[in-house]
Ligand binder design. Structure first.
Ligand SMILES: Nc1ncnc2c1ncn2[C@@H]1O[C@H](COP(=O)(O)OP(=O)(O)O)[C@@H](O)[C@H]1O
Ligand SMILES: [Mg+2]
Length: 490
């Protein structure tokens, strides 16, 4: 039997609802919370949220799959076969109340961490989850996937077991004002901003405004809370100011340069980051600023990911681990075995005639921050193993009026990483493609499928191929194409 997540009585009270039970309904607790009948487990509470579809259409299916109860609107009409219904005015508001109750029942010693940023939220959240699980097995709770929005955050809270010692939340936003209510629900002890760059510019008039919107995450910190900031980011100053405006909030930072005066002990600086020879991961040495004792402590560890952006994520993780009081070295040790989440820089060696192609799958998504980071990360690829660096890039979407400038602006990253050949798809990427010298131009096409023939023709053993674009640019099929080249091997 899975442990009970919520007793029904407590659940009904926390959700502010009314139990509608038939005499045959015997549920006394729920073991989990589900919003999707495809993944619902026996004994779960089914929450009838409205997103693409209205969850109320699936209540009966949920009970067929063994749901212990369903959280539904007062307006929902009971169907034959429905079990215990918990009726509420508004399902999303009830889920928020349940989330707040979940946060409130954590023990005083528990530590809650929230992560936001223009890129790297999921990567950082996963690093924290894995590192904390190494030192507190079975007592860590974290968002699944990128559950970071107005329903993902309360759902993650509501799913949090009462005995959780460390909780890690991803918080995202597309618009100003979106983070404030979410961080006030999460009430983090530690809030980390990975980076601030152009993304979703369509909803903002400037990157400064994006920085201020990210800084909303500090609104949820209480006295004694900690803001963890990226010193290498151009908007560090705006974030710092916003954090300092919160009473009793302290700041630590991470970055490649020195720790400035006036920051609390525990800030992290990079001493060295050395890519492993097979391009599988990175060896990092970081230094914690200890101020009080004047004996700065170095910590050496490895991550299974590559690029300066991943190194900085890891430094942010180190700062958070120290802040929540765990054995930092033990927690960081497990990151050696942790690659990036799927499609965020995952590396695969594809065996082809005459050798291998290194496939770097970045197809999960793209914005100017992550695109530049992925291009720059190619600079560390050993030429001895991979003589040719190839980038296959698709349009970055949702950039509003700035789209042309931000795509053209990637030329600097292509040059600095010495990328040999660029294949580009989409009208925005044309702005980059036409800036490149002819020998760097692989091919341009209106859509990603238009690049297939040229890639088939060009790719060969010894190539390192990085594939990236916004989800809507459909770059994932090109990743499959490169994988498919492997079957050509004798
Ligand atoms: N600190 C960072 N700066 C820039 N890009 C990053 C950073 N961390 C990760 N990325 C890249 O951003 C993309 C999205 O990563 P992810 O962790 O899913 O971010 P998010 O959850 O914020 O969308 C991936 O391509 C990843 O490699
Ligand atoms: Mg995410």
């Amino acid at each position: 039997m899975p442990e009970a997540l919520w007793q029904i009585d407590a659940l009904v009270a926390a959700a502010g609802g009314q139990a509608d039970a038939r005499p045959s309904d015997k549920s006394v607790s729920v073991s989990g919370i589900s919003i999707d009948t495809r993944t619902l487990g026996t004994g779960d509470l089914f929450v009838a949220l409205k997103d693409q579809r209205d969850g109320h259409e699936f209540v009966s299916a949920a009970f067929e799959k063994g749901a212990a109860a369903a959280l539904v609107s007062v307006k929902y009409q009971r169907q034959d076969g429905d079990g215990l219904l918990i009726r509420v005015d508004d399902v999303l508001l009830a889920l928020e109340r349940l989330g707040a109750a979940s946060r409130a029942r954590l023990s005083a010693g528990a530590r809650v961490i929230a992560v936001t940023g223009s890129a790297g939220k999921t990567t950082t959240k996963e690093m924290l989850r894995v590192a904390l699980e190494a030192v507190a097995p079975a007592h860590v709770h974290a968002s699944i996937k990128s559950f970071n929005n107005h329903w993902g955050v309360p759902l993650t809270l509501a799913r949090m077991p009462a005995q959780t010692r460390f909780a890690v939340f991803e918080i995202g936003m597309n618009h100003p004002g979106e983070i404030t209510p979410l961080t006030k629900l999460v009430k983090p002890h530690v809030a980390l901003v990975t980076t601030v760059e152009a993304a979703h510019l369509a909803a903002f008039s400037s990157i400064e405004d994006i920085a201020r919107a990210k800084a909303e995450i500090f609104q949820g910190l209480s006295v004694g809370g900690l803001a963890v900031l990226n010193r290498d980011n151009a908007y560090y100053g705006i974030l710092r100011e916003a954090a300092l405006a919160m009473p009793g909030v302290e700041i630590v930072s991470f970055g490649s340069g020195q720790v400035p005066d006036g920051e609390g002990a525990g800030s992290v600086s990079l001493r060295s980051a050395v890519p492993e020879r097979d391009a599988g991961g990175t060896q990092i040495c970081a230094r914690f600023d200890t101020r009080a004792t004047a004996s700065d402590a170095d910590v050496a560890f490895a991550i299974g990911a590559n690029g300066q952006h991943m190194v900085l994520n890891a430094l942010g993780v180190a700062a958070v681990l120290r802040a929540v009081g765990v054995d930092v070295a033990s927690a960081l040790r497990v990151l050696a075995g942790l690659g990036p989440p799927t499609g965020r820089g995952t590396r695969e060696a594809i065996a082809v005639d005459g050798g291998t192609i290194l496939l770097i799958d970045e197809s999960y998504n793209a914005n100017p921050a992550s695109m530049a980071a992925a291009l720059r990360a190619m600079s560390a690829l050993p030429r001895s193993l991979y003589p040719r660096r190839i980038a296959v890039v698709g349009d970055m979407l949702e950039l509003g009026d700035e789209a042309a400038r931000l795509h053209a602006g990637l030329a600097a990253a292509v040059m600095s990483a010495n990328i040999d050949l660029v294949f580009a798809a989409g009208p925005n990427m044309r702005h980059l493609y036409t800036l490149l010298s002819p020998e760097r131009q692989g091919a341009w096409a209106e859509t990603s499928s238009g690049l297939e023939a040229a890639l088939n023709e060009s790719l060969a053993a010894g190539d390192a191929v990085m594939i990236k674009g916004s989800n809507g640019s459909r770059m994932a099929p090109l990743v499959d194409l490169v994988r498919g080249l492997g079957t050509r091997a004798a």
